[in-house]
Design a protein around this ligand. Structure first.
Ligand code: NZQ
Ligand code: ZN
Length: 392
C-alpha cells in the first residue's frame, strides 16, 4: 500500500428535499452573500432555482445569480463570473447543476479569493492556489463527482486546451443531493454520467500499485452497484432507489476513496479531454469511445489484474487467465453498448479521423510528445496515436 493522505471535508445533505436546507446550512457556515451559478436553464424550468432562492431569502442571505454555463465549461465565462461575484461581494459560491456548473463555481471561488490572479494561471500551473472561497453544491446530475472531488475541469477556448487541477481547495464545503432532482436529466446525459462514474473507479483500479485489498473490494462493489442500478435507471429514471445508488456512487467514485493507497491513472480521461476540447464532445462519451481500445492495448501489462476485474465485477470464472482478462474487457464494453454509449469515434459522431487529426490529438494529450500520461501503461505520443487509431 502506498502512503497517502485523505481528507474529504464536504458535508453531504442527501435525500428528498435536501435543497430546502440550502439557506439554513449556508447561514450556519457564515455565508451572507451567495453568488449562484447555473447552466443552460434546466434549473429554471424545473423550478429548482426559485426553490433554492426562497430558502436563501428566508435565511436572510443576499444573493446574485449567473446562468449560462455550458457543458465543457469555458474559462472566459468563469472569468466574467469572478468579476461579477467580486462586485457583489460574494462570500459563498453556490453551484446548482452538474459538473460543468460546479467546476465553474470552483473557478469563480478561486478567483474571488485571489482577485489579482487570472484564474487560468492556476490551471496551467503558473500560480499555486493557497486559498479559496467556500462552495456549496445542489447536484442535479450524477456524473462528474465534482460535488466531492478535489478536481475542477475547464476549457480555454483561446488555446483549445481542456484541463483540470487537483487541489484540496476544490473540495466543496456543502453538497445537497436529492436524487429526485436527477429524474429530468436527458437520457444521453444519464448514461454518459453513469459511464463517467464507472470510469472514475476504473481509472483508479488499473494502476501499477497493488496490495490494497480494502480499496479493491470497495472499487469492485461500487462498479457492480453502478452497473446493476444503471440497468434499472435506463428503464425507469424515476426509480428513487436506483437513482440514489447511482448518485451516491458518483460522489464516492471521485472522492478518492477508490484511490486509497494507490494513485490515479486517468489516461483515458486525458485522451477524452483532447477530444472534448476539439469537438465539444460529451465527457462520458469520449471516455467510453476509448476505454475498450485502451484496455485492449494495455491489458498484457498485467493480465492477473484484468482477470481479477473480470471475476469480481463480471463473474467470469471460465477459461485461462488471459481469456478471462479479455472476457472482462469484452463484457465492460458490451455494457457500455447496452446502455447506448459510443465505443468508437464513428459512434461518438466525430467520423473517421485522418492521420493529421490523430497526431494533433496525441500532441494535445502529451504536450507535443514531451510528457506521458497515466502510469499503468504510460501513454506517450506514440501510444496515444496507437489508441486513437484503434478507436477510429
Ligand atoms: O445546463 P443545464 O440546462 O442545467 O443542462 C445540463 C447540461 O446540458 C443538463 N442537466 C443537468 N442536470 C439536469 C440537466 N437537464 C435536465 N435535468 C437535470 N436535472 O445536463 C447537461 C450536462 O451537464 P454537465 O454539467 O456538463 O454534465 P456533467 O455533470 O457530466 O459534467 C461534465 C463536466 O465535468 C467535467 C467534464 O470534463 C465536463 O466538463 N468533469 C469534472 C470533474 C471534476 N470536477 O471532478 C471530473 C470529471 O472527470 C470530469 O472531467
Ligand atoms: Zn470523468
Amino acid at each position: 500500500m502506498q502512503s497517502f493522505q485523505f481528507k474529504c471535508p464536504t458535508e453531504i445533505i442527501f435525500g428528498c428535499g435536501a435543497e430546502l436546507k440550502v439557506g439554513e446550512k449556508i447561514k450556519a457556515y457564515g455565508g451572507t452573500h451567495v453568488y449562484i451559478v447555473y447552466g443552460g436553464g434546466s434549473v429554471i424550468r424545473s423550478g429548482l432555482l426559485a426553490r433554492v432562492e426562497r430558502t436563501l431569502t428566508e435565511s436572510g442571505i443576499a444573493f446574485d445569480v449567473r446562468g449560462g454555463v455550458q457543458p465543457n465549461p469555458l474559462v472566459s465565462h468563469a472569468r466574467e463570473g469572478v468579476r461579477e461575484a467580486l462586485r457583489f461581494g460574494a462570500d459563498f459560491i453556490l453551484a446548482i447543476g452538474g459538473g460543468s456548473v460546479i467546476d465553474t463555481a470552483k473557478a469563480i471561488a478561486h478567483g474571488v479569493a485571489n482577485p489579482e490572479t487570472d484564474i487560468w494561471d492556476f490551471w496551467c500551473g503558473r500560480e499555486r492556489l493557497t486559498r479559496s472561497t467556500p462552495v456549496a453544491v445542489v447536484l442535479t446530475l450524477a456524473a462528474a463527482g465534482s460535488e466531492t472531488s478535489d478536481s475542477a475541469v475547464l476549457t480555454n477556448e483561446e488555446t483549445g486546451v481542456k484541463g483540470g487541477i487537483n487541489t484540496p481547495f476544490n473540495r466543496p464545503a456543502l453538497a445537497f443531493m436529492n436524487p429526485e432532482l436527477t429524474y429530468t436529466v436527458p437520457k444521453k446525459q444519464l448514461t454518459a454520467g453513469i459511464s463517467d462514474i464507472l470510469m472514475h473507479t476504473l481509472e483508479r483500479y488499473f494502476t501499477k500499485i497493488q496490495g490494497n485489498e480494502l480499496t479493491d473490494l470497495i472499487a469492485e462493489a461500487l462498479l457492480r452497484d453502478v452497473i446493476a442500478n444503471a440497468r434499472v435507471a435506463v428503464r425507469d429514471q424515476h426509480d428513487y432507489d436506483a437513482m440514489s445508488e447511482i448518485m451516491w456512487c458518483g460522489s464516492v467514485s471521485h472522492s478518492n476513496v477508490t484511490e486509497w493507497g494507490r494513485c490515479k491513472d486517468f489516461s483515458c480521461h486525458k485522451l477524452g479531454h483532447a477530444i472534448s476540447a476539439k469537438y465539444d464532445a460529451t465527457h462520458g462519451e469520449t471516455l467510453t469511445s476509448v476505454w475498450g481500445w485502451w484496455a485492449q492495448y494495455v491489458y498484457q501489462d498485467d493480465i492477473p489484474r484484468f482477470a481479477r476485474f473480470a471475476e469480481k465485477v463480471w463473474d467470469v470464472h471460465e477459461g485461462t487467465e488471459e481469456e478471462r482478462a479479455r472476457e472482462g474487457i469484452r463484457r465492460q464494453v458490451a455494457f457500455f453498448k447496452e446502455i447506448g454509449m459510443p465505443c468508437c469515434f464513428t459512434e461518438l459522431g466525430i467520423g473517421v479521423l485522418n492521420e493529421a487529426t490523430i497526431h494533433e490529438l496525441a500532441d494535445a494529450v502529451t504536450a507535443g510528445g514531451t510528457k506521458t500520461v497515466g502510469n499503468f501503461h504510460p501513454i506517450g505520443r506514440k501510444e496515444a496515436i496507437d489508441i486513437y487509431t484503434l478507436a477510429n
